[in-house]
Design a binder for this molecule. Structure first.
Ligand SMILES: Cc1cc2nc3c(=O)[nH]c(=O)nc-3n(C[C@H](O)[C@H](O)[C@H](O)COP(=O)(O)OP(=O)(O)OC[C@H]3O[C@@H](n4cnc5c(N)ncnc54)[C@H](O)[C@@H]3O)c2cc1C
Length: 520
């Protein structure tokens, strides 16, 4: 067997082995731990294990795109940095399910907004899923640590986007309290291009933090390398099989095998269950892929009389969480700047002249997102060689969305909006505050009717104490296969109603500690 790898000297930044560096058709490697995926969970695992002296190999399916190559053009970023070139959706095709697929994963393209996991969910997970180890007191130092490492801090006053300033006026008029966003961004350049990757490295994504730190501690990182099977022997994890794919041609360049006594799945809530299903592992409960949630969002786009130019400033400046816990309403409101591509798909602008007329008012628009805490009603499956994401918005969750859209529209009109566009498949415009209830009450929970976007897939490999109801135990190890760990957003037993990245960062740090203690 040919085991030769030629590693070219890195021309930029991170030391990453890419498809272009590999000349052999078969590669065999050995490590103390192999990590699948280099996003929020995988990068943290890599650093935490490598810093305790473990030989770590990280395999990432996506390409290595150094930040100097980021385009600041959404359409191009979708093609290079996103899963399925930004085209991933549920089986109905009415929810765009966005995930990063590059070295650094979704943290490269995310908007960096951070929240600690609310105590409400930690308490709920203890009660309903036996996660009595994840108390607020136990988790606090983990949140502190990732907040320090990723420079998570409240936006400075000057970072507020022009649209958020306007929304703030509406909130003040209605007496609704708003929170100031906290983000893992250092000296934000205010370009508004978080979703296309931060060209100046100010966003503290995994690409510029934990991954280089892990490499400095001796971890090795392979891009363009898709893991296709997890290996286990007599109920104990033993490694993975992967394919190195040439990103230019899409053709397989090499088969790669890593033998390792610790296997960590951090491929995200769609790919981690797919890998377990393909490998026929860890599914005695029948729960792998089940309980998928995704925080569906609908953005209302408001038109104002004057130019707002809401395309620079912090991507997120403010949030309204007065009604976010399930008993209070189950929705979170977030402002977000938007580029012309997003502006054109968040409404039904028509084609030809109507489209031109709408886009000519782009500089006057402001969007406010409604994000719902959803029930875990979805399922990720693997059928005929392809993944499928079965998810339809639940009727009760749709009522939460309607309540959120009403509050959202009230705020926008109170801020002085002339009209508000609802993101439906057929044109739907609210012309005055008086029409809000009638228009929103008329919305029905039907497939293919709304332009949903999900930025936060979650669930699918639930963590919990009961091996008949959950896939992963409270220490992050699968119930069925020893030394096989999950460390990504698929762990979350329920959706959490708030942006989940800090939850993933903290859980990955916690589980890394468990692994380092168990395998000292
Ligand atoms: C556009 C966008 C905006 C967002 N904004 C925010 C925000 O503002 N705040 C917030 O809290 N959250 C945000 N999120 C969500 C947040 O980034 C994710 O919840 C978090 O990164 C999930 O971490 P993860 O480890 O589960 O997966 P990811 O970070 O997605 O990493 C998974 C990695 O695994 C790789 N992979 C998949 N399959 C394989 C395989 N078979 N072999 C090898 N590698 C594989 C993928 O390519 C990917 O790089 C956003 C997400 C997106 C897409």
């Amino acid at each position: 067997m040919d085991k030769k790898i030629t590693i070219q000297p890195a021309t930029h930044g991170l030391k990453v082995t890419q498809a272009s560096d590999i000349s052999a058709s078969r590669v065999e490697l050995k490590a103390d731990a192999v990590i699948v995926g280099s996003g929020a969970g995988g990068a943290i695992a890599a650093y935490e294990l490598a810093s305790k002296g473990k030989k770590v190999i990280v395999l990432e399916a996506g390409p290595y795109v150094p930040s100097e190559k980021f385009s600041e053009m959404m359409a191009i970023a979708m093609g290079t940095l996103y899963q399925d070139h930004g085209g991933q959706s549920n089986t109905h095709g009415d929810i765009s399910i966005l995930q990063g697929a590059c070295v650094g994963g979704s943290t490269v393209v995310n908007a960096a907004l951070c929240f600690r996991t609310p105590d409400y969910y930690l308490d709920l997970w203890a009660r309903e899923y036996g996660l009595t180890n994840l108390t607020p007191a136990v988790m606090a130092p983990y949140f502190d640590k990732v907040e320090r490492n990723l420079q998570i801090q409240q936006n400075a006053r000057h970072e507020t986007s022009p649209g958020a300033e306007i929304i703030n006026k509406g909130l003040k008029k209605l007496g609704i309290p708003a929170g100031v966003a906290k983000r893992n961004v250092k000296n934000c350049g205010l370009t508004g291009f978080c979703f296309a990757g931060c060209v100046s490295d100010r966003k503290q994504s995994m690409l510029v933090t934990y991954l280089p730190w892990a490499v400095e501690k001796g971890a090795t990182l392979h891009a363009d390398t898709r893991v296709v099977q997890v290996l286990a022997d007599k109920g104990v994890a033993s490694g993975v099989l992967a394919e190195v794919i040439d990103p230019a041609s899409g053709r397989k360049k090499a088969d790669l095998r890593v033998d390792a006594p610790i296997v960590i799945l951090a491929a995200g809530p769609v790919q981690t269950p797919v890998l377990l299903l393909r490998s026929g592992l860890a599914n005695s409960s029948g729960q792998v892929g089940k309980n998928f949630a995704c925080h569906p969002t609908l953005s209302l786009t408001a038109e104002f009389d004057k130019h707002v130019d809401d395309f620079h400033g912090a991507t997120h400046s403010l949030y309204v969480d007065r009604w976010t816990l399930p008993e209070e309403g189950g929705y979170l409101l977030l402002n977000a700047v938007q580029d012309p591509v997003e502006a054109s798909f968040q409404v039904e602008p028509g084609t030809g002249k109507p489209y031109m007329a709408y886009m000519s008012r782009y500089r006057n628009t402001v969007r406010l997102i409604t994000l719902i805490h959803d029930k875990n009603v979805g399922e990720v499956s693997w059928k005929d060689g392809a993944k499928q994401i079965h998810y339809e918005v639940d009727d009760q969750d749709f009522e939460a969305m309607k309540a959120g859209l009403k509050t959202n529209a009230r705020i926008l009109f109170a801020a002085g909006a002339r009209r508000v566009h609802v993101p439906t498949s057929q044109k739907c415009v609210i012309d005055s505050a008086k029409q809000i209830d009638a228009v929103i009450d008329g919305l029905r929970n039907e497939p293919a009717r709304y332009r949903y976007t999900s930025f936060h897939p979650q669930g699918s490999c639930r963590m919990g104490a009961d091996p008949t109801r959950t896939v992963v135990n409270p220490q992050g190890e699968t119930h069925d296969v020893k030394n096989l760990y999950v460390m990504d957003a698929s762990l979350l037993p329920t959706s959490i109603g708030y942006n989940p990245s800090e939850t993933v960062y903290a859980l990955a740090t916690y589980i890394s500690d468990q692994i380092n203690q168990a395998h000292a």
